[in-house]
Design a protein around this ligand. Structure first.
Ligand SMILES: Cc1cc2nc3c(=O)[nH]c(=O)nc-3n(C[C@H](O)[C@H](O)[C@H](O)COP(=O)(O)OP(=O)(O)OC[C@H]3O[C@@H](n4cnc5c(N)ncnc54)[C@H](O)[C@@H]3O)c2cc1C
Length: 826
C-alpha cells in the first residue's frame, strides 16, 4: 500500500525542504526508485517556504556555476514534466556598482562568466536605469546584466520536485520525525523515527538548520549555525512590473525582486545576527522570527538611496527567517568522513533555492556512484574537521559569513571572526616578528612579515597591496640566501602496518615501494584519473610511512586513504598533524646554515634530493626531508611539536650570518608559481589528470599491481599533446597584478582561465598558472603560434606562454645541487 509506513528502503532522506526533495527527484531519475523521504512537518515548512526565490548563476568556481546553470534549466522544464508550476521566471538580473572597486569586481566577474559560458554584459549606469527604471542611478559607476538569471517560487518548486520524485517511485512521508540513526560496524544502516524504524543502505541528512543536530545523532560533524535573514514585501510601486529583473546592489548590501506589483527587498548586512544558540525549537514549522527593524536599518537606509519611492511604499510584510550558514559560506555536500553510507546536503547559506537543482543532482550522483562525478571540493563536507563543529566558534563565525555574499571579494581576503583558532607553537614568535596572519583550515599562518614600523595588516586592493615589498624581500632571501617558512599547518598522516606499503602503492600513482629513507612526490588519483590529492610519501620504515599533504586536505586525504585500504589489510592510518611542526628551510645557504647545527652529512651525496633522515638540530632530533616547493636547495624539518620553538631559535641564531629571513605564504606561493609547481585545489583537481597537469613524470604507469586511476590514465594518454593543459604564463608588462580567476585569450578568443597567480619578483612580473584548451592539442606550436592575452577587469594584457618555467637559477650552487620536481616537464 502506498501509504503504509515502510520498514526498509534503499535510501532514507531526512528532511523535506527543497534540498531533500531535489535529492529524491534525482535519485529516481538515476534509477534508484526505492527512496523514502521523511519530513517532521510539512514539505517546505522549514526554511524553504519563506525564501525570496532569487536564482543567480554566477559563482567563482566553474563547477559551482554549472550546478546553478543546470538548476535554471530544470526549473524551466519541471512543470512540463510534473504538471506543477515552479514559478520560474527567466527575468534576468542586474548587479550595480557604486564604486570603482566594485566595478572592477563586476568586470572581473564578467570575464570569468564568459570563461564559464554564462551570458553577461557590462553596461553603463544609464543602461542599468533603462532596465530597472525605478532605481536612482546618479551615484552608480556601472552594472552587469545577466539575462539567464531569474526567480522561482520556493514552495511550488519543492512540491514540483516532490511530485517528480513520487512519479519516479519515491515515497514521501510528512509528520514523521527522525529521532536516531542506526549504525552498525561504523556504517549507517537506517533511521529510528516516531513511527518506527526503517532499515536502509544509505541515509541522507537534508535537515537544513537541523542538520547539525541530526549529524550529532551519529557522531557526524555538520558545521553550520543559524542566522536571521530578513526581507520586506511592499505594496504596489509605480513602474514595478512582473518582468522586472532581479536587482542586486552589493555596496548597499541589498537585493530586489518584483512581487505582485511591489518589491521584495532584502539583503546581507555585514554583521549578522546568529540565532538558535539553544537549538532550533521543536515544531518550528512555517514559522518566522519577530521583526527586527534595528537589524534591518542598514538595509532599509541603502534601499531608500536606490529606490527613493520606497519611502512612500506600504510595507505589507516583514519576513525574518532563520537559515543555516557555514564557516565559509559554501554548502556542505557528500558522504560524511566519520560514517560510511551517511550523506549530507545542508548549510545552504541563503542559496538553497538557486543551488537545489544542481546540488540535488550532484549528491544523487555521488550516492549512486559512491563518488562525486565532478570536482565538488568547494562544497565537499571533508573540507571541515570535527573541531569546526564547535558551537561557540560557529556562532562567532556566522556573524561574518552571511555578510560575505555582498562584501567586497578582495583578492586574498581573509575572514576576521572567530580567530585565532589553531596556532602553531611558533605563533607568538612570528607575531613578534611582524607576521601578518591568514587562516587556512583554521590554522593561523604567516602570510608575510612587516618590517619594523610597518603595520602587519593587509590593505586590500586590486593593484599592488601594501605587502608587495615585504614579499619581494622574502622571495629574494629564498632565491639568494636562506628563508624559513613555518609550514606547521601541513597535514601529516602516519600509515603503518604489514600491508601499509601494498595499500599505499595501490592508492598512489607514483611508486612508493622505495628504500627506507626515500621521499616520493606523488598524485593520488580517482577512478577517472583525476587528482584527489598530491602529496609526499616518506618511507620511515619497512612498514611505516609518513604522508605530508596540504593543510586543507587532512580530513579529505585521510578519508580517501582509509576508504581505499582493503578491509582485510593490516594498515592503520593516524592523523599526526598536531604532533609535528614543519619548518621549511629554503635557499642556497640552507645547507651552510643547517651544517652549523647538525652533525648529519648534508652533502649532496650524503643527503640527496628526495630522501629523509632523522637528524640532530641543536638539542632536538627531527626528520629532515630534502624536498623543495620553491625550486631551491632546502629541507623540510619535521620537528616534534615540543621541540619546534627550540629549533626555530637555534636556526635564527645560526642563520644571522647567512641572512636568514622569516618568510610567509604569499612568498611561498609566488615562488612555487614562478617554478611552475602545481597546487592541489588550483591546478590539480579531481577533473584534471596528470597528462593535463604536465605531471606524467610523477606517475609509475607500469608499476606491478597498478594503482587507482591507472586504467583511466592509460585510456586518456594523448597520442600527441593533451587538449586541456596547465600552462605557465608571464605578463609582458611588469606592472599589473594577476590574482587568479582571470580569462585567458588566444588571438582574441577565450581559451581558458588562470588558476593561480602572483607577482613573481624574481622574474619581475606577474606569473600565472592557467588551464587552457585546444581541441587539436595544447602543444608548442599552439603556444608559439598565437597571441596570448589575459583579461584583467576588462583590460587585456599581452602574456607569454611557457611549458617550462622561465626562472633560471642564477646561483651556481643551486644549479649544482637542486634536483627539482620537474613540474613543467612535457
Ligand atoms: C529570508 C530568506 C530568504 C532567502 N532567499 C533565498 C533566495 O532568494 N534564493 C536562494 O537560493 N535561497 C534563499 N534562501 C535560502 C533557502 O531558503 C534555503 O537555502 C533553503 O530553503 C534550504 O533548504 P533545505 O532543504 O536545506 O532546508 P529546509 O527547507 O529547512 O528543509 C529541511 C527540512 O528538514 C526537516 N527536518 C529537520 N529535522 C528533521 C528530523 N529529525 N526528521 C524529519 N525531518 C526533519 C525540517 O522540518 C525541514 O523541513 C533564503 C532564506 C531565507 C531565510
Amino acid at each position: 500500500m502506498a501509504n503504509e509506513f515502510p520498514t526498509q528502503a534503499r535510501v532514507v532522506i531526512v528532511g523535506g525542504g527543497i534540498i531533500g526533495c531535489s535529492v529524491a527527484y534525482h535519485l529516481t531519475k538515476l534509477g534508484w526508485t526505492d527512496v523514502v523521504l521523511l519530513e517532521q512537518g510539512q514539505l517546505s515548512g522549514g526554511t524553504t517556504w519563506h525564501a525570496a526565490g532569487l536564482v543567480g548563476q554566477l559563482r567563482s568556481h566553474f563547477n559551482m556555476t554549472s550546478l546553478i546553470k543546470y538548476s535554471t534549466q530544470l526549473y524551466g522544464e519541471l512543470e512540463a514534466e510534473t504538471g506543477l508550476a515552479t514559478g520560474w521566471k527567466n527575468c534576468g538580473s542586474l548587479s550595480v556598482a557604486r564604486t570603482a572597486d566594485r566595478m572592477t569586481v563586476l568586470k572581473r566577474t564578467a570575464a570569468s562568466a564568459r570563461a564559464q559560458g554564462v551570458e553577461i554584459d557590462v553596461i553603463s549606469a544609464k543602461e542599468a536605469g533603462d532596465l530597472w527604471p525605478v532605481m536612482s542611478t546618479d551615484d552608480l559607476v556601472g552594472a552587469v546584466w545577466l539575462p539567464g538569471d531569474g526567480k522561482a517560487n520556493p514552495t511550488d518548486l519543492t512540491q514540483s520536485l516532490a511530485k517528480g520524485a513520487r512519479n519516479g517511485g519515491a515515497k514521501i512521508f510528512e509528520r514523521v520525525k527522525v529521532t536516531g540513526i542506526t549504525v552498525k560496524n561504523s556504517v549507517a544502516c537506517g533511521v529510528e523515527t516516531d513511527r518506527g524504524d526503517i532499515a536502509a543502505e544509505i541515509v541522507v541528512n537534508c535537515a537544513g538548520q537541523w542538520a547539525r543536530k541530526v549529524g550529532l545523532m551519529c557522531g557526524v560533524s555538520v558545521p553550520l549555525h543559524s542566522a536571521e535573514h530578513m526581507y520586506i514585501v511592499t505594496g504596489r510601486i509605480e513602474g514595478v512590473h512582473p518582468d522586472l529583473p532581479v536587482m542586486r546592489d552589493p555596496d548597499g548590501f541589498i537585493y530586489f525582486k518584483e512581487e505582485v506589483g511591489g518589491l521584495v527587498m532584502g539583503g546581507f548586512e555585514p554583521h549578522a545576527k546568529p540565532w538558535g544558540m539553544n537549538g532550533i525549537p521543536e515544531n518550528f514549522e512555517f514559522a518566522l522570527l519577530p521583526d527586527d527593524w534595528d537589524q534591518f536599518e542598514i538595509l532599509m537606509e541603502n534601499a531608500l538611496v536606490r529606490v527613493p519611492q520606497l519611502a512612500e511604499a506600504e510595507v505589507k510584510k516583514f519576513y525574518n527567517g532563520p537559515e543555516s550558514f557555514t564557516p565559509d559560506n559554501n554548502f556542505l555536500l557528500g558522504e560524511a568522513p566519520e560514517l560510511k553510507n551517511f550523506y549530507v546536503g545542508a548549510g545552504f547559506n541563503s542559496m538553497g533555492i538557486a543551488s537545489a537543482g544542481g546540488a540535488g543532482r550532484a549528491l544523487a550522483e555521488w550516492i549512486v556512484n559512491s563518488a562525486p562525478t565532478m570536482d565538488l571540493w568547494p562544497v565537499d563536507i571533508r573540507r571541515f574537521a570535527s573541531f569546526n563543529n564547535n558551537p561557540r566558534w560557529l556562532h562567532d563565525r556566522v556573524k561574518e559569513t552571511l555578510g560575505l555574499h555582498y562584501a567586497m571579494p578582495w583578492p586574498n581576503r581573509e575572514l576576521d571572526t572567530a580567530r585565532p583558532f589553531r596556532r602553531s607553537p611558533l605563533y607568538d614568535r612570528l607575531a613578534a616578528k611582524g607576521a601578518c596572519f591568514g587562516s587556512k583550515m583554521g590554522w593561523e599562518r604567516a602570510n608575510w612579515f612587516a618590517a619594523s614600523g610597518e603595520k602587519a595588516e593587509n590593505d586590500y586592493a586590486f593593484g599592488r597591496q601594501n605587502w608587495h615589498e615585504a614579499v619581494r624581500r622574502e622571495m629574494k632571501a629564498t632565491r639568494e640566501a636562506v628563508a624559513l617558512f613555518d609550514q606547521t599547518s601541513f597535514a601529516k598522516l602516519l600509515v603503518q602496518g604489514r600491508d601499509a606499503c601494498a595499500a599505499l602503492n595501490r592508492i598512489c600513482a607514483g611508486d612508493v615501494d622505495v628504500p627506507v629513507g626515500t621521499s616520493v612526490y606523488t598524485g593520488v588519483l580517482n577512478d577517472r584519473g583525476g587528482y584527489e590529492s598530491d602529496l609526499t610519501v616518506m618511507r620511515l620504515g619497512s612498514e611505516k610511512f609518513l604522508i605530508v599533504t596540504g593543510s586543507a586536505q587532512a580530513v579529505h586525504d585521510a578519508d580517501w586513504i582509509v576508504k581505499n585500504i582493503p578491509a582485510d589489510a593490516h594498515a592503520i592510518l593516524t592523523d599526526v598533524t598536531s604532533s609535528y611542526a614543519v619548518l621549511a628551510l629554503m635557499g642556497p645557504r640552507s645547507r651552510d646554515l643547517l651544517d652549523k647545527l647538525s652533525s648529519a652529512d648534508l652533502s649532496n651525496a650524503g643527503f640527496p634530493f628526495g630522501t629523509i633522515r632523522e637528524i640532530d638540530i641543536g638539542y632536538a632530533t627531527a626528520y629532515a626531508n630534502r624536498m623543495t616547493y620553491v625550486g631551491e636547495l632546502g629541507w623540510e624539518l619535521i620537528v616534534p611539536t615540543e621541540f619546534a620553538v627550540g629549533v626555530y631559535e637555534a636556526l635564527h641564531e645560526a642563520g644571522r650570518e647567512f641572512g636568514l629571513l622569516d618568510a610567509g605564504y604569499y612568498a611561498l606561493d609566488a615562488l612555487r608559481i614562478e617554478k611552475g609547481f602545481r597546487a592541489w585545489g588550483r591546478e590539480l583537481t579531481p577533473d584534471i589528470n596528470p597528462w593535463q597537469a604536465g605531471l606524467g613524470f610523477a606517475v609509475s604507469i607500469d608499476k606491478p599491481g597498478g594503482f587507482i586511476g591507472c586504467d583511466a590514465l592509460v585510456k586518456a594518454k594523448p597520442s600527441a599533446a593533451p587538449a586541456k593543459r596547465v600552462v605557465l604564463f608571464t605578463l609582458d608588462d611588469a606592472e599589473p597584478m594577476l590574482w587568479g580567476g582571470e580569462l585567458i585569450l588566444r588571438d582574441g578568443r577565450p581559451v581558458g582561465e588562470v588558476r593561480s597567480a602572483a607577482y613573481g619578483h624574481t622574474l619581475g612580473r606577474s606569473v600565472a598558472l592557467g588551464l587552457i584548451e585546444n581541441e587539436t592539442g595544447v602543444d608548442t606550436a599552439f603556444l608559439n603560434g598565437g597571441r596570448f592575452e589575459i583579461d584583467l577587469a576588462g583590460i587585456r594584457h599581452a602574456a607569454t606562454a611557457h611549458l617550462r618555467s622561465p626562472y633560471d637559477p642564477k646561483s651556481e650552487r643551486v644549479k649544482a645541487d637542486v634536483v627539482e620536481l620537474r613540474a613543467a616537464a612535457a
